[in-house]
Write a protein that binds this ligand. Structure first.
Ligand code: HEC
Length: 135
């Protein structure tokens, strides 16, 4: 008996068809934008400073942000987040002034820090980079 491969080919063609569809697929979506100080911390800071903010020491030293009296000086944290220092990366390419303000306010009022006076995006603006200022 002679076998036909046609049904199998038609089946494969049907399977392959979606690959040609005009669909960006899962990689075409933008990543979610973290909202609020806590989410921004989890996205950008937790990997080094740990979930509890207490940092870690191993191959490198990641200082504790928890119960850290330097959080009392908002400009210190703002400057460091925007400009970086040593092993601490700068975030002026990634975070808007409003996001940095939210993040600093979160750090100043959590993890054993109690500096309730809020920081505004306007205060962060002079430390930020122009492309992110308008966002
Ligand atoms: C790649 C690892 C890494 C990431 C990510 C990171 N940091 Fe740091 N951070 C460091 C290191 C290392 C230092 C110490 C820098 C130094 O003093 O030379 C530091 C220092 C700091 C300090 C100063 C602490 C002190 O007592 O002087 C603050 C504040 C800080 N980081 C906040 C943040 C925030 C907020 C984020 C998220 C936006 C963040 N860091 C992300 C590694 C990191």
């Amino acid at each position: 008996m002679k076998r036909s491969f046609l049904p199998a080919l038609a089946f494969l063609a049907a399977l392959a068809a979606p690959a040609f569809a005009d669909d960006p697929g899962p990689g075409g979506e933008r990543p979610p934008v973290p909202k609020g100080g806590h989410q921004i911390y989890v996205f950008y800071c937790q990997a080094c400073h740990m979930a509890d903010g207490k940092g870690a020491a191993g191959a490198a030293v990641f200082p504790s942000l928890a119960s850290n009296p330097r959080m009392g000086t908002a400009v210190y944290a703002i400057n460091l987040i925007e400009k970086g220092r040593g092993g601490m990366p700068w975030f002026s390419d990634q975070l808007t002034p409003a996001q940095v303000a939210e993040l600093v306010n979160y750090l100043r009022t959590n993890m054993g820090n109690n500096y309730p006076e809020p920081v505004t995006a306007e205060q962060v603006l002079p430390f930020s980079k122009p492309p992110l200022r308008e966002r």
